[in-house]
Every structure is written in structure tokens, then in C-alpha cells.
Design a protein around this ligand. Structure first.
Ligand SMILES: [Zn+2]
Length: 315
């Protein structure tokens, strides 16, 4: 488990140890700080047939099943709207009132819980208040303010703290990432936390930026896009948007930043950058909504457009 989750796990252990062990938990974490390992670990210990000091034994039938355990009901966002649907909630409730297939506990994992709409939240109220024996709820969210207050009042809240700067530095160092790379990634991603706490996202942001640098140097845009999958569209569009913003700013304040240090002036004209930014915003919106059908193609056209605006730069 990442070090920034350790203190929250201690809180959970205390709760599990207490006489009235909660039957509904809610893990609340700062946006951009990954916390799913904490809720996964909690689910595992709840289902473990022989926990050792409130830790999953790792050896029983339940522990070995990990993600395929039949007694974990997952409520996750679905469809273009990205909400947890009331029908899915009702189905889960129906199952929760039957006997668990492994004879032990049953866990309902609601993640991210801020994707519950009014109807699905209301459907959960009663069962969360008085769950059938052996059923435990685990909610996880970065946006607790979006949860129905009447639902929140029934949950045992466990906060994940913002990782400290020292912890960042340590994690980053252990991953072999340099301070300069961190600075660049913070400039490329909207949330400065992401590069330190989510190395995959950081690496991807860096790859996208390197592709932009290569295309700016004359490399073929279509070749560059081949190394990215559709799933990367959100990170890629975020990075392009940020790069654009840095270049637009550089036209006005002429102060170098992590991006303009590498992409040297002269830059494309401001109107061209704004046009490009609008195209990026469209792709980003699609990617955010999970409409991934044409994301690969859209990404290709963005890289091509990026190549094009640099051909218009007057040296
Ligand atoms: Zn076990």
C-alpha cells in the first residue's frame, strides 16, 4: 500500500477492532491522490476467512480470489453520463438480502460514490442504515460534498490525508524520477499532485509531451500517435491543453517555464493556439464523458494539427 495511505489504514483497523465495527465505511481522499488500494484492502480484510491482526491472511479461499470474489457487489458509474444507475443499485440491494455465496460477509463497494445520483442515493438510504446481517458497505469519494447528507450521516468517514512534500520527494526518488521531470509533469498536468502519486499518469504525460517535442522538430504526427492508445485521450488532451496555455502565456510575459524551456521560441501565433485549444477542448470533453469511440482518431488529428501550427511559425 502506498505510504500516504498508512495512517488511514490505522484508523480502519481501530474501527474493525472496536466492538461496534461499522457496517458502512466511506473513504474520502484528496482529488488526484489515488486511494483505491485502501478500499480494495478493506474489502479484502472484510472477506478474509482468517484475518491476522485485522490484515487479510492472503492465503484463504477468499483472499486468493481477490478481484473475482462473488460476494463483492460493485456499484460503478455507467454510460455516457457516468452515473451509478438506480437500477444497478436496486439489483445490488436484492442480492444483498440473499445469503452470501461463500457463506461469509458480503461487501458492496460504491466507487466513486460521488457518481450516485439522487435516485440511487435514496435507494441506498434504508439498507445502509440497517444492512442485512453480514453485509458491509464501502464507499469511496474525492468529493464528499456531492453525497446526500442523510447518506453521509450513516457512514464511518475515513480521511486520506494530503501526502506531505517529504513523502512526495521520497516516493518520486524511489521511482527514479528527477526533480526536473516532476516540475515538467506538474506543468503538463492540471493537478500538481498527479505526477508524484500516480507514476503511470506522470509517465504518460511525459510521453505525450516528448511526442509533441518530436513533432515540433519535424517528426511525423501519425507515427507519433501510434504509440498512444484510445484510453490515453484524457491525459493527452490535458497535456496539450496545458502546453497551449504555456505557449500563449509566453507570448505575453516572456518568462520561461518548464514547457517553454524545451519548446523554444518563436511560437505559433496566439489566434492559432486558441483555435487549437478549442479543438483540444472538444476531444477532452469526449474523453471525460467516456465517449471513446473515436478517441484514437481524434488524438491523431490533434497531433496533426499541432504539427501544422508549427509549420506556420515564421522564423
Ligand atoms: Zn484470508
Amino acid at each position: 500500500m502506498p505510504p500516504w495511505l498508512a495512517s488511514s489504514w490505522q484508523l480502519i483497523i481501530e474501527g474493525l477492532d472496536s466492538k461496534a465495527s461499522p457496517h458502512a465505511w466511506c473513504i474520502v481522499h484528496p482529488p488526484g491522490v489515488p486511494a483505491s488500494e485502501l478500499s480494495d484492502h478493506l474489502v479484502r480484510v472484510l472477506l478474509c476467512q482468517d484475518p491476522v491482526n485485522e490484515e487479510p491472511c492472503g492465503d484463504c479461499v477468499s483472499c486468493r480470489m481477490r478481484d473475482t470474489h462473488p460476494d463483492v457487489l460493485r456499484l460503478e458509474p455507467e454510460g455516457a453520463a457516468g452515473m451509478i444507475k438506480v437500477d444497478a443499485v436496486r439489483d445490488a440491494i436484492e442480492v444483498a438480502y440473499t445469503t452470501a455465496s461463500m457463506g461469509g460477509r458480503r461487501v458492496v463497494l460504491v466507487r466513486p460514490a460521488d457518481c450516485l445520483n439522487q435516485a440511487s442515493s435514496n435507494a441506498l438510504l434504508k439498507i445502509v442504515e440497517e444492512p442485512p446481517s453480514g453485509t458491509v458497505f464501502v464507499f469511496q469519494t474525492a468529493l464528499p460534498g456531492k453525497l446526500l447528507p442523510t447518506l453521509v450521516s450513516r457512514l464511518r468517514m475515513v480521511k486520506v490525508p494530503m501526502p506531505s512534500a517529504e513523502l512526495f520527494a521520497k516516493t518520486v526518488q524511489s521511482l527514479g524520477i528527477t526533480a526536473q521531470q516532476v516540475q515538467l509533469a506538474s506543468a503538463l498536468l492540471a493537478e500538481p499532485l498527479a505526477p508524484q502519486t500516480d507514476p503511470d499518469r506522470f509517465a504518460l504525460a511525459n510521453d505525450v509531451f516528448q511526442a509533441l517535442v518530436r513533432i515540433r522538430g519535424g517528426a511525423d504526427a501519425q507515427m507519433a500517435v501510434k504509440s498512444f492508445s484510445k484510453a490515453d485521450a484524457l491525459v493527452a488532451s490535458t497535456v496539450m491543453e496545458r502546453v497551449c496555455e504555456h505557449l500563449i502565456r509566453a507570448h505575453y510575459d516572456r518568462v520561461d517555464n518548464a514547457v517553454t524551456d524545451i519548446l523554444k521560441a518563436p511560437y505559433p501565433a496566439v489566434p492559432l493556439l486558441f483555435q487549437f485549444k478549442e479543438r483540444i477542448a472538444e476531444v477532452k470533453k469526449q474523453a471525460q464523458a467516456g465517449i471513446a469511440v473515436n478517441a484514437g482518431l481524434a488524438l491523431g488529428s490533434l497531433f496533426a494539427a499541432w504539427g501544422f501550427i508549427w509549420t506556420r511559425v515564421q522564423v
